[in-house]
Design a protein around this ligand. Structure first.
Ligand code: SF4
Length: 371
């Protein structure tokens, strides 16, 4: 459950989100709170919904691709039906390469859009189009474009968590797993950068690479809530635990981390590191994969609760949680949940996306060549 006690609508971060968007956020958080009960559904009902999803996927020649932050029930269904569970980039890649003509994307809207941009000839459906992201909401395309126009000398680098229209305005799209490499590459070429929309990730990239970066003021409402003080307290209880943190978390949290990385990098770190206990600062949906990949290790969610809060941690994205079994089971029956991207916007957004994919492919070749 989201703890709203620390939510300060006048904070700098939220100032950049228009008030109508804030209202949407409030309504969506309320939706999530109202639908908490769905997570504790009757086992017979759950089984019936799972069978319904499996039958529809076969009937519709569709494949389910799910993000690490979705509920365990959704992730296990993706695995059981031959789909994939991964980060946003791999979801899009998998959907592109899979022979199915319909992609069911369980995640948030920008993930469905990215899948559609990479594979425009396929039908892309989502359990609900209301599942969005505070980073996407906090970076409206028109405002961002005007900001870029003020700094024409800078390369525009945007995070995957943005709308198709924002991607279409960018020179580069990056995911958290490749952000440092792209920034380093550009800095080596003497390029200055505009970074959007996550200010914590932008700040981390700037500190790590020394690149000249102008940062848009957006944030993830989940990662921003992790508290360094709570993690330090937890370290006293679990002194041998390693701290794994996603770079959308505040700098004070990253300073305490033994490893900072994307969702995939966090899972890999948990498998490779010798520690048996881990304090994890990212959405708790990732625990399904962590426990699956490292079954003999213990994972503890990093605290998000501030002073006086009633809960200890609420690292759970309300929009990811909208991808529940009920919504997924009805995905083919509804007529309002297909992703469309205007062809012109899609073609323009494909340019920075392709640039990232080619860069990533080049890096892999380089790593192979060095091995
Ligand atoms: S966890 Fe944060 S970055 Fe991810 S979808 Fe939710 S709000 Fe966006």
């Amino acid at each position: 459950m989201i703890d709203l006690s620390d939510f300060d609508p006048l904070s700098k971060t939220y100032m950049s989100i228009a008030s109508d968007k804030l209202e949407i956020i409030r309504q969506q958080v309320q939706y999530h709170l109202d639908h908490e009960a769905l997570r504790h559904m009757d086992p017979a009902r759950e089984e019936a919904l799972r069978e319904q999803v499996k039958a529809s996927l076969v009937r519709e020649n569709a494949v389910l691709v799910a993000h690490y932050y979705t509920a365990p029930a959704i992730q296990s269904l993706a695995e059981e039906t031959g789909g994939c569970v991964s980060d946003s980039l791999e979801m899009a890649r998998f959907g592109h390469d899979h022979p199915a003509q319909t992609l069911v994307v369980a995640g948030v809207k920008f993930m469905g859009e990215t899948a559609k941009i990479l594979t425009p000839e396929k039908r892309v459906l989502m359990p609900t189009l209301e599942a969005t992201c505070s980073l996407d909401l906090g970076c409206p395309a028109d405002e961002f474009s005007a900001f870029c126009d003020e700094h024409p000398e800078r390369q525009v680098v945007v995070y995957a968590n943005t709308s198709a229209a924002v991607k279409a305005r960018a020179d580069w799209v990056v995911t958290s797993s490749i952000a440092l490499d792209v920034a380093e590459f550009l800095a080596d070429q003497g390029q200055k950068i505009i970074w959007a929309p996550d200010r914590h990730l932008g700040d981390y990239v700037r500190r790590q690479t020394g690149a000249d970066i102008l940062i848009w003021d957006g944030a993830c409402i989940v990662h921003e809530e992790f508290k360094a003080r709570g993690i330090a307290d937890l370290k006293r209880v679990y002194p041998d635990a390693a701290v794994l943190a996603h770079p959308e978390s505040p700098a004070s949290v990253l300073e305490l981390a033994d490893r900072v990385g994307s969702t995939t990098q966090i899972i890999r770190a948990a498998m490779e590191m010798e520690n048996h206990q881990f304090i994890v600062a990212t959405d708790q949906g990732i625990f399904y994969k962590l426990q699956q990949q490292a079954p003999d290790k213990e994972f503890i969610i990093a605290p998000t609760a501030g002073n006086g809060a009633a809960c200890r941690s609420c690292a759970n994205c309300p929009w990811m949680a909208m991808n529940d079994l009920e919504a997924l089971a009805g995905v083919f029956e509804r007529g309002d949940n297909e992703i469309f991207v205007e062809p012109q916007v899609g073609e323009r957004a494909m340019v920075p996306l392709r640039r990232m994919l080619d860069f990533a492919a080049g890096m892999r070749l380089q790593v192979k060549g060095n091995a």
